[in-house]
Ligand binder design. Structure first.
Ligand SMILES: *Cc1c(COP(=O)(O)O)cnc(C)c1O
Length: 356
């Protein structure tokens, strides 16, 4: 079985990585390549490494295990669960943290393994996902962490534009740098890393806004989609079609747009609504909500539109297209970040890596 299929152009991906790594290097910033959108697939991650990222980063330990043979440091992005601490110490060189209880457990396990586990302490600058919110709490917990023999505190990090949609700025990132300086002065230590967020921080570099002190970004969406995510604009000289989805047509028929009969609930328990567009050329493609969310895929043939579908069926409108689609033909889609994530996660979607 070959379809549905996700085609992944590794040359285009590597080009995106090289372009963005260069921009970051010019600003004194190292890139952690975030692999979670492709489930830590090692052959795809290789394009990151070949493109020059300094770290590989993922939110799930399962994915870091797949990356264990790469000789660059691996970062666990999601705060560790205490129950997985043993695997975190084994497979992540660095983890992002915001709870002393978890850090103490990581220290305990690191000591048993005869290791030192590196951590980046997370600071919440207002986006309201993870991290210490009160500055006083941060200074205090650093004192506690410095007493833990199995832990090395290597820096501070923050995450923005994730929950609250807060855009990275010289003000909020400047505050992170200042907190880092205060910690260095107060405890006489050196923090090597100030990690200033994700792809939404790239808009600063693209607009030539300097934030001295920020020396790492953790980038996923910008690398795979060539997008700056604070405002959603394209990054110049990057590809937005590294990932493309192909689905096969299994039925083509002229049918009305209004269902016939009394309308109850659809396959997902919702009462559907329809616009009467008369008789249309309806095409069913063999892919469904188990594989993708339909608002995360965009037909490359822009004259094809999506009617909707269910778990295993996608219904398309091919009436206006210049292509005379027939049963057995493949329809091609571009994907948003969420679309790539779901399609990579679905075991029913075949992955084809293109190297040339
Ligand atoms: C997912 C994630 C990133 C990467 O975000 P992008 O918007 O894809 O660049 C960075 N940091 C953390 C903590 C994340 O969970």
């Amino acid at each position: 079985m070959n379809y549905p299929k996700l085609k992944i152009d590794l040359k285009k991906l590597r080009h995106n990585v090289e372009t963005i790594v260069k921009l970051c290097k010019e600003n004194g910033i190292e890139v952690a390549g975030v692999t979670k959108v492709f489930c830590g697939h090692p052959e795809i991650a290789k394009a990151y490494v070949d493109g020059g990222v300094s770290y590989l980063a993922d939110s799930r330990v399962e994915n870091l295990i797949k990356l264990k043979d790469f000789q660059i440091p691996k970062i666990l992005l999601r705060l560790p669960m205490i129950s997985e601490a043993e695997w975190v110490v084994e497979y992540a060189d660095i983890s992002l943290n915001s709870e002393l209880k978890t850090i103490e457990e990581l220290s305990k396990i690191a000591l048993i393994k005869g290791k030192k586990h590196k951590i980046i302490l997370m600071v919440d600058l207002g986006d309201l996902r993870e991290g210490y919110f009160n500055e006083g709490d941060i200074y205090q917990v650093v004192g506690d962490i410095l007493n833990l023999k199995g832990i090395e505190l290597i820096g501070l990090g923050t995450n923005l534009t994730c929950y609250g949609g807060v855009i990275p700025s010289p003000e909020n990132l400047g505050r992170l740098v200042k907190i880092g300086k205060n910690i260095e002065d107060r405890y006489g230590i050196k923090l090597d890393i100030i990690s200033g967020g994700n792809s939404s921080s790239l808009h600063l570099l693209l607009n030539n806004i300097k934030i001295p002190g920020i020396n790492m970004l953790r980038l996923g969406e910008s690398l795979v989609l060539g997008l700056e995510t604070a405002h959603g604009s394209r990054i110049e000289n990057c590809y937005d079609d590294v990932f493309q989805l192909l689905a096969e047509i299994i039925e083509v028929k002229e049918k009305p747009t209004l269902p016939i009969g009394e309308i109850g609930r659809d396959a997902f328990g919702k009462v559907p609504q329809f616009e009467d567009k008369g008789i249309r050329k309806r095409m069913i493609a063999a892919i469904g909500k188990q594989d993708v969310e339909f608002d995360t895929i965009i037909p490359v043939d822009f004259k094809v539109t999506i009617f909707g579908g269910s778990s295993d069926h996608l219904i398309l409108d091919g009436t206006d297209s210049e292509v005379d689609y027939k049963v057995g033909d493949k329809v091609k889609f571009n994907l948003s970040y969420g679309g790539i994530l779901r399609a990579m996660t679905s075991e029913y979607v075949k992955k084809e890596l293109i190297c040339e």
